[in-house]
Design a protein around this ligand. Structure first.
Ligand SMILES: *Cc1c(COP(=O)(O)O)cnc(C)c1O
Length: 355
């Protein structure tokens, strides 16, 4: 193997249980959108099913159908918006819940007499999808009066990672707005929190279900949370080593110059595999526990790293390089870095190995 990602199933299960505990034992909806953040939605859905997580979240109706076609029978909530056709199609499926963000859609469901399970999405500050909060009560009443199959009400927190005082206040306000809407309605699923909501705001989270994505995969935003275990390790193997004859620019664009007589290695992983170009701004790989900085621009299929002089004899072709894991990502200080972006960018050539 040239380049692969190792997915630690036991640690994934551990993280789900830990997050469930942190959420004061709320039900878990496992978010497996975007092919489970690049790791493999069907495999992850099965692991979740093994530990009793029978509710999955995806981004769109197509992703829900893919899971069904692969034999996954869990309940599925489509978190994103859907078109009218999707509502008609979902009506024919079992346990595929769709989100609703507008009165047009509610009217459509009523007029077509659709009975599929729906969740009302309420905008408490994300300003993406969802009913405005002053419309929320009307939307709920509309569902009740017209006997639509209203299964859930939810909202989405927009600033749970940074944890400045302002972002904390904003999140608490979002939760408060959501609470006020719910009142005494007796609805099966009430949910507002993503992973970082659970890790950073556990005592405030309202509802009976939490939607866990990144946290299951071992991260809390772009940093490590010591309560969670590493799930994701991206690895590659040294494929070539050479010493510079003279001071030399490395890679495209001549952005980095390596001194004469220095050793560098080439790794068969590039941005087509998900090695984001911004990782050349300060990331490194670990080979036999030796820290080797990434040098020069990252290419489509290859990345160059510097081998420190005193370690020259300790690294050879074929040695395994750890490219990214929670500790490495946590140690980086790159403004563009985004864990969700890194995971979902993993390319087709990267083998997914479940251990
Ligand atoms: C993606 C998504 C989640 C999961 O978020 P994480 O931060 O990865 O835990 C939860 N809710 C909604 C609506 C989402 O789109």
């Amino acid at each position: 193997m040239r380049t692969w990602v190792e997915i630690n199933s036991e640690n994934l299960k551990y993280n789900v249980k830990m997050l469930k505990k942190l959420s004061n034992d709320k039900d878990v909806l496992g978010v497996v959108k975007a092919n489970a953040y690049g790791l493999g939605a069907v495999k992850i859905a099965k692991i979740l099913n093994d530990i009793g997580v029978g509710f999955l979240g995806v981004a769109n109706f197509e992703e829900a159908l893919e899971l069904r076609n692969a034999g996954i029978e869990s309940k599925i909530l489509v978190l994103g918006a859907s078109f009218s056709e999707d509502f008609k199609e979902a009506e024919k499926e079992k346990d595929i819940h769709l989100s609703v963000s507008s009165f047009e859609t509610l009217e459509f469901i009523k007029n077509k007499n659709l009975k599929l399970p729906i969740h009302l999405k309420i905008d408490t500050g994300m300003t993406r999808l969802g009913f405005n909060i002053n419309d929320a009560k009307f939307a709920i009443d509309f569902c009740l009066e017209n006997k639509l199959n209203l299964k859930g009400i939810f909202s989405h927190l927009s600033d749970t990672d940074l944890l400045t005082d302002e972002s904390k206040d904003f999140t608490l306000e979002q939760i408060e707005k959501f609470k006020n809407i719910i009142n005494n309605h007796n609805i099966e699923f009430i949910h507002i929190s993503n992973s970082a909501g659970v890790t950073n705001f556990s005592e405030y989270i309202f509802g009976n279900l939490v939607r866990l994505g990144l946290g299951m995969y071992g991260f809390s935003g772009d940093t490590k949370d010591k309560r969670l275990k590493n799930v994701f390790t991206l690895k590659s193997k040294v494929i070539f080593i050479k010493e510079t004859l003279e001071a030399s620019f490395v890679s495209y664009g001549r952005t980095f110059k390596l001194a004469a007589g220095e050793t560098y290695a080439v790794l068969p992983i590039g941005y087509a595999d998900g090695m984001k170009k911004y990782l050349s701004k300060g990331s490194y790989v670990l080979i036999n526990n030796i820290k080797c900085p990434i040098i020069g621009s990252i290419c489509m299929d290859m990345t160059m790293i510097h081998i420190p002089k005193e370690k020259r004899e300790n690294i050879k072709v074929g040695d395994t390089a750890i490219i990214l894991n929670t500790d490495i990502i946590d140690s980086l200080n790159i403004p563009e870095l985004c864990t969700w972006d890194i995971m979902t960018s993993l390319g087709r050539r990267v083998k997914r190995i479940f251990i």
